[in-house]
Design a protein around this ligand. Sequence first.
Ligand code: COA
Length: 269
Amino acid sequence: MPEQVWWGDPGAEGATEVRASGAAGWLRLDAFDSECFGVPMAKLEAAAGPRLVAPDLFRACVREASERGWRHLAARVPSEQAELVRALESAGFYWADATVIFGRRLQDTTGPGDVPIGIALPEDLPILQALGRGAFRQSRYFVDPYLDPAGKERLTDRWVENALNGRADRVFVAEPKQPVGFAACKLDRRGRVATIDLIAVSEDSRGRGIGRSLVEAVCRHYEPIAEHLEVGTQLANTGAVRLYEAAGCRLLRSYMTLHWASPELKAGR
Ligand SMILES: CC(C)(COP(=O)(O)OP(=O)(O)OC[C@H]1O[C@@H](n2cnc3c(N)ncnc32)[C@H](O)[C@@H]1OP(=O)(O)O)[C@@H](O)C(=O)NCCC(=O)NCCS
């Protein structure tokens, strides 16, 4: 295996290995994305080797994806590795998103605030899906002009549904009888890091401290269980960044996400 890891977990089980000029990349078909958009979509989940040959490797990955009939690729690169972003662009990838990960230690949580917070019930699903549909418009899927708008809605709906069906460790709702906001959280396997996977407040209830109350409720719940809270958003999402800053979070790391779309997908096929 090439020595220098650029990102990800090289050689993870089940990934398709692509080699070029002494470097290697690992592609993996993404069942969830493929199902939501109705076309085969994959991730370039890891890459390693001498950096000088990155353009060769990424071109080889695109060839491999094309041969397999995969229509869309996503690569998430640590943002300090600008040369890899340029290499991806030279292979036909385009910029989709800058992701910022914020976090804080789970201690000295303030609150409880004035907003009633409860746990989501199965019957809240339609209302939470409606909240989600009006919310995640800055995600890398939404800003990608080549992805089907109906697929973007489906992805949001399924994501919320999966959260309620057990992908999330816990889903908090603001105003439990008639939810106006929610936060879906996960806990890592070692029980150390709690992550807010999704958070949204209905458009007409924003700016009233509901997001802040949800984050505080999350922190209060996980403080006895986990050590850290982490949450990711888009650099362009000023509202979310301000919310996390207001809740005592600091920037931990950031990534650039680039996409590649096949000529068929670009032509709407
Ligand atoms: C991000 C979001 C959850 C914030 O919820 P909210 O209820 O409006 O947030 P709050 O009213 O509790 O505000 C919390 C802090 O963030 C700040 N803030 C919230 N939205 C802001 C905006 N658009 N611009 C600037 N600051 C903003 C508030 O001023 C407040 O800071 P303060 O306590 O220092 O005054 C809400 O805007 C939303 O649902 N957005 C769409 C979904 C989304 O982007 N989710 C995150 C995806 S990763």
